[in-house]
Design a protein around this ligand. Structure first.
Ligand SMILES: NC(=O)c1ccc[n+]([C@@H]2O[C@H](COP(=O)([O-])OP(=O)(O)OC[C@H]3O[C@@H](n4cnc5c(N)ncnc54)[C@H](O)[C@@H]3O)[C@@H](O)[C@H]2O)c1
Length: 263
């Protein structure tokens, strides 16, 4: 009989920003691969509820939890709720990102015209959100002697993108933090890795990709001539969340159609 090397063996996963896009796909991949339960977080409760219902349809227990990951108090409360339901959280996926909980309110102007307050949405969710969740979840993982932490960054954080300066810096900061956590927590059997995405079709990006001419321009710099799908990201995140990756830590693995290469 074929073994599923990605089997999650009944472990409990919590995915932030899982109400749509990549996070939703991760929650479903977890359910398809024998997770014992999935905590579906989103700033928007109705999105988390819809995805939790999809997970349950696959026969896996799920709870939707509204929380803004930029708020340490709400993050602590979210993990309390998760523990009350499932006992513990074995896998944390820091997926909430992009322009944060209210992308419509983000100021889009050249970096040289921005003010420090314009940077907050990007730094808040992409950097401080990761610190908050790892601070709370990681401490418990160390106590239990087991944990998998995966943070979704962007190739912007690896190679830098003009017009996304703060986002690039926040994602690079999250990756540096994850490397330090890998060194801190490896001895407790906790792995900490990042997945760096290239352009991926999600509700955050689909409008920009709907124009065939714009898509053509984007694909010029991709070796594989299609845009990423949420499942491309979820497949790697599942691998890094499973014991198939138990000897991999502190790494940032690109899932990017060859947009850039890791050496
Ligand atoms: N889509 C891409 O092309 C792309 C490329 C590179 C990296 N990424 C990264 O991948 C991850 C997922 O991206 P996506 O495009 O699937 O996302 P998305 O923007 O489509 O969805 C993210 C979800 O997270 C929620 N969210 C945002 N801020 C939150 C907060 N502070 N607390 C809780 N929930 C919050 C939103 O409500 C939303 O439902 C992000 O970290 C993003 O930066 C995406």
């Amino acid at each position: 009989m074929a073994t599923n090397i990605l089997d999650l063996k009944g472990r409990i996963g919590l995915v932030t920003g899982a109400g749509q896009g990549v996070g939703r796909s991760v929650a479903l991949r977890f359910a398809e691969n024998n997770a014992g339960g999935v905590v579906v977080n989103d700033f928007r409760l109705e999105r988390a509820q819809a995805v939790a219902a999809e997970v349950e349809k696959l026969g896996v227990k799920a709870i939707p939890v509204q929380c803004d990951v930029t708020d340490f108090g709400s993050v602590s409360a979210m993990f309390e709720t998760s523990r009350a339901k499932f006992g513990k959280v074995d896998i944390l996926v820091n997926n909430a990102g992009n322009a944060g909980a209210d992308p419509g309110a983000v100021v889009r102007k050249p970096f040289w015209e921005q003010e420090p307050k314009d940077w907050q949405p990007f730094l808040g969710t992409n950097l401080f959100g990761v610190l908050n969740c790892v601070r709370v979840a990681g401490a418990e993982m160390i106590k239990h002697g087991y944990g998998k932490i995966v943070t979704v960054i962007s190739d912007a954080g690896r190679v830098g993108e003009p017009r996304l300066e703060i986002y690039s810096g926040a994602k690079a900061g999250a990756a540096g933090f994850m490397r330090a956590i890998a060194k801190n927590a490896g001895r407790y059997n906790v792995t900490a890795n990042c997945v760096a995405l290239g352009a991926t079709r999600t509700p955050a990006t689909e409008r920009g990709m709907a124009d065939p001419e714009a898509l053509k321009r984007v694909l010029k710099v991709y070796q594989i001539k299609r845009i990423g799908e949420p499942e491309d990201a979820a497949n790697m995140i599942l691998f890094l969340s499973s014991d198939a990756s138990s000897w991999i830590t502190g790494q940032t693995i690109p899932v990017n159609g060859g947009y850039s290469f890791a050496v």
